[in-house]
Design a protein. Structure first.
Length: 287
């Protein structure tokens, strides 16, 4: 019979597949290259199956390797969920969290799901609004913590993630080098808007505002309908849009700084646990 599989072997296997390199996997799990190779041999011996095609320099999975990968990710997820739940201190409370709707939709779901499992006694009240509004709400202490796009006037804040800002259009939208570029943007004062217009100005590209929306849903509608080009964070890309760049005559834009801020008077333990959890998890989300 196949013996019980060891979690460390499965974790190393997933790291090898996701990094595409035994060396990089070793750095991720804290083991040497020979140790990683030995672990993969042990896993193959336990299963009685080859997991990789040919030599390990190319790391192509066999059909058995592909099948194991799905199971391994499920087992590791359950293992980590158990660890989170039993490692977590018994903290209870109510946290008022502010976040722009875009980050709420594309960055928070998996993070908040994991947090709620680890801290089931902490209740989260979510307020979605633009970063400038959330910053004002923090100063009035209407919310406890906020995840926002950094703006010059915000002052202090912990950088959680650098998020590329990219040009997007509808899949079949014809981007022409001639004439003014129609844009769908957030209202004045938005960092997205500022970066987009400054980048176009630096290369002398004419533009016109075709749509303005306070929410990502409005910008998406304008882009999906083929009315305009917009600037989205990379995390918000979907199969319905096409990423544009230099080949389309559009300039690069600076990365967005996503920051976490606490209300001025300080926060309770429940809010601090959520803040620390979000900073760790969001910073490690794949791009």
């Amino acid at each position: 019979m196949i013996p019980d599989l060891e979690i460390p072997l499965l974790r190393t296997f997933v790291a090898v597949v996701e990094t595409g390199s035994i060396t990089l996997a070793g750095k991720q799990v804290g083991r040497t290259q020979p140790a990683i190779t030995h672990q993969m041999h042990r896993l193959e011996k336990a299963l009685g199956k080859s997991l990789f095609e040919g030599d390990r320099r190319h790391l192509t999975l066999t059909r058995d390797g592909e099948m194991l990968l799905g199971y391994a990710r499920t087992l590791l997820g359950l293992n980590d969920e158990i660890r989170e739940r039993f490692d977590a201190p018994d903290v209870a409370g109510h946290v008022r969290l502010g976040v722009p709707d875009l980050y709420a939709a594309f960055l928070l779901p998996a993070v908040l799901s994991g947090f709620s499992r680890a801290y089931p006694q902490i209740e989260i009240e979510l307020r979605c609004s633009r970063s400038v509004n959330l910053h004002a709400a923090l100063q009035r202490e209407e919310i406890d913590i906020a995840l926002m796009t950094r703006q010059p006037e915000f002052g202090s804040g912990t950088i959680v993630r650098l998020e590329p800002l990219v040009w997007v259009s509808a899949r079949e939208y014809p981007v022409s080098a001639q004439g003014a570029l129609p844009l769908a943007l957030l209202p004045a004062g938005s960092v997205y808007r500022q970066h987009a217009l400054e980048a176009l100005g630096h290369v002398g590209r004419p533009w016109t505002i075709a749509a303005v929306s306070d929410s990502i849903a409005g910008l998406q509608a304008a882009v999906y309908a083929g009315l305009a080009v917009s600037a989205f964070p990379l995390c918000a890309l979907s199969p319905l849009v096409r990423r544009l760049g230099r080949n389309d005559g559009l300039p690069d834009m600076p990365d967005l700084e996503i920051v976490l801020q606490r209300k001025p008077s300080g926060i309770a333990a429940a809010a601090e646990h959520l803040a620390e959890y979000m900073m760790a998890e969001i910073g490690n989300l794949p791009r």
